[in-house]
Design a binder for this molecule. Structure first.
Ligand code: SAM
Length: 372
């Protein structure tokens, strides 16, 4: 299975084809429909040998063509098999470094439906939906069982406003985005407005916060740098655990304003583009004394990590929260080269029915381990 959710089929010629809606171990026929870089894209034509893990999808809008919603590409597979595929992907990535023993069993989501606390709906003014699989086309929906109850009510209220001329895209323009969040009702929906980041599954976010609280036990009173802090979801835990001082860095000014509103005495913020080559120099003072580094980057990971580590000689622990196995593996290689040991990786499922996988990694550098 590809990280993007499709089945990977290899032709004897070596040509690789990504086939949406195909699962591990299946046999069938597919048609080549296009290309993704040097790989081909395929559409399933007939299944000759279906997987025993196939189930009836819980949502009528599920599908893999450009008329169906692309939000939950794995709804046709039993939840246990989805989790096993996610664990297998992580195991393969860790095996490259011989550290697969550090992998813990995945934390399944407590609810496989009704979990999604925010979403970006799309509208053409006549209909509301999500983007269709692999396209910019609108796949209209009547309901979405993956949304939390409050978000489903918001969706229903927005649908009652249709047709809504204000949501018609400009000529040849993209569909209008309707951002929804279960902290608010339909009255707070502002078409096209940017949404500050929020972890999308509240129950699993609570587990991530508990994990962080447990994993920073030794670091009370120790200088901490937190990269990609957003609005302070994890900064709050670091401050409550006694880490001090904490420097929380993010590029989103509105998120940092929310963080500052939490009034955490030990924490200060710095607005910075962490992918800019000058970022390390601007954080030099904090990095020089930091003993704990916490980072929760977007999918790109932190390509500049080698430079950050050069600036941080006293670092003895890293807590890396990742939403992308491939960039995590790249950054893990950098940390291992810098003398860190991978103590544990906890995979966690935030988004059932999607290939998304969240990782919580604990690393330490024994020669710098905090004493006393
Ligand atoms: C996965 S979110 C984590 C946010 C926070 N830790 C949380 O749990 O809510 C990634 C964060 O990275 C920030 N970000 C994205 N690109 C960035 C960049 N180039 N420099 C600094 N921060 C960036 C986003 O604003 C977002 O807050």
């Amino acid at each position: 299975m590809a990280a993007t959710g499709e089945g990977i089929v290899e032709h004897p010629s070596g040509q690789v084809c990504f086939v949406p809606g195909a699962w591990t171990g299946e046999r069938g026929r597919f048609r080549v429909t296009g290309h993704r870089g040097r790989a081909a894209l395929g559409a399933l034509v007939a299944l000759e040998w279906p997987s025993p893990d196939r189930v009836a999808p819980p949502c009528p809008h599920h599908g893999h063509d450009d008329t169906h919603c692309g939000g939950c590409p794995w709804q046709f597979v039993a939840y246990g098999a989805q989790l096993a595929a996610k664990e297998a992907r992580l195991r393969r990535a860790l095996a490259r470094f011989g550290v697969e023993a550090a992998q813990a069993p995945i934390w399944a989501a407590p609810e496989t439906l009704g979990y999604r606390n925010r979403a970006r709906l799309r509208s053409d003014g006549e209909r509301i939906g999500f983007l269709a699989a692999g396209s910019n086309r609108l796949a209209p929906i009547e309901d979405c069982p993956v949304l939390t109850a409050r978000n489903r009510e918001t969706l229903a209220a927005l649908r009652e406003r249709l047709p809504e001329p204000a949501w018609r895209p400009r000529r040849r323009g993209p569909l209008t985005v309707l951002p929804i969040d279960d902290e608010h009702g339909p009255e707070a929906v502002v078409p096209g407005a940017p949404q500050a980041f929020r972890q999308g599954n509240s129950a699993q976010n609570a587990r991530m916060r508990e994990w962080l609280a447990r994993s920073i036990g030794d670091y009370a009173g120790r200088a901490t740098v937190e990269l990609f802090a957003g609005s302070g979801n994890f900064t709050e835990i670091l401050a409550a655990g006694g880490c001090s001082p904490v420097l929380a860095v993010d590029s989103a000014g509105n998120a940092l304003a929310t963080l500052e509103g939490r009034a955490l005495p030990a924490a200060t913020t710095q607005a910075l583009d962490l992918f800019d080559d000058t970022a390390t120099a601007r954080l030099a003072e904090a990095l020089a004394s930091a003993e704990l580094l916490v980072l929760d980057p977007p999918r790109d990971g932190l390509r500049q990590l080698p430079v950050f580590l050069q600036y941080a000689p006293r670092l003895s622990a890293v807590r890396y929260i990742s939403c992308d196995v491939a960039t995590f593996a790249r950054d893990l290689g950098v940390l291992l080269d810098a003398g860190f040991t991978l103590e544990a990786v906890q995979p966690l499922d935030q988004f059932p029915h999607t290939p998304h996988l969240e990782l919580l990694a604990t690393l330490s550098r024994p020669e710098c381990r905090v004493r006393g």
